[in-house]
Design a protein around this ligand. Sequence first.
Ligand SMILES: *Cc1c(COP(=O)(O)O)cnc(C)c1O
Length: 381
Amino acid sequence: MEYLPFTRPDIDEATIAGVVEVLRSGWITSGPQVKAFEAKLSEYFGGRPVRALVSGTGALELALELAGVGGGDEVITTPLSWVATANVVVRAGARPVFVDVNPATRLIDLDRVEAAITPRTKAIIPVDLAGLAVDRDRLYAIARKHGLRVIEDAAQSMGTRWNGRRIGSFGDLVCLSFHANKNLTTAEGGCLVLNDAAEALRCERLRLQGVVRLPDGGQEVEVPGAKLNLTDIAARIGLGQLEQLEGFNERRTHLARRYFARFARFDRSLHCGLPPQEFANTNWHMFQILLPLDRLAIGRGEFIGQMHARGIGVGVHYPAMHLFKLYRGLGYQDGDFPEAEKVGASIITLPLFPRMTDADVDRVCDTVRDILRTHMRPEHR
Ligand SMILES: *Cc1c(COP(=O)(O)O)cnc(C)c1O
């Protein structure tokens, strides 16, 4: 049977032909395709200014700089994310202050955020893990009350809505990723949604060496900008993807429903933790279960190996970040964020991508069931 990866990008022939045209055009780095992609993205995000960047991480880095986050500042975020979320804070010279997750949503627990705010707190970085939106109403109420900037790590949220409003179409600084695994990809890439034209101009300068082009052909530089511009090759992929995004996300939603229906048949006996059955405020970037490790005779690594041996790829998104050496070095330790630790130790990302068939979902579920049943400790069978 064909190997089923946990995700796979879906690039159609029209997009491939478009990329070939760009390659033949003689203009392959930032140019007309980037302009066109930014215009479409801006339209998608309700007319807000958008700047395309080389990665979601680059978007977070620029957002922190635009928000004025630097040495001595604190930034509140979740321990359960891709490590980029906290790394960018450290690289900006600030301190990531983690707040535990709500085990039901696996997202930052907004009930605990205010207790983590200090006079040094400058910003909050919420993360929409698996594309499930953090409650934007409560989040922005807290931010307003304490005068904090919000840098949304919406890397996984392309197409997600919060109570009907598209993520990116409102809020403060919103960072998206177009990495190969995301719902919309440009191979590598990302974008930053900004508040106004002045902020967009600052972003434009910061993404390319700080260079300002003068009318007489000369240049001026006032800030040491980075090098984070997107190529036209990548932007052309993004233009093709954007047209298909709604269809991609509908298909993901359909497959997620099928996962729930299939797991409902046997989940009670398997004691898997399923994601929240939420269809309004997510784009189903990932379908993640929690393994019942306390009932199993095998660990997560062995489970992953057995899935792989049966032709199915699964992922781990993510181990709790505060337990990485880097963050232990900042003073974090085991037991600091028990909910994130529990989720991070047992979470498994099952295959979910638009080209998957319904039969693929059934095969994944049946394989999970077989492996878990085989290795359930006798007293739990
Ligand atoms: C993918 C991702 C990023 C980083 O995006 P890149 O484009 O890979 O730099 C940041 N945060 C989260 C939650 C992500 O999933």
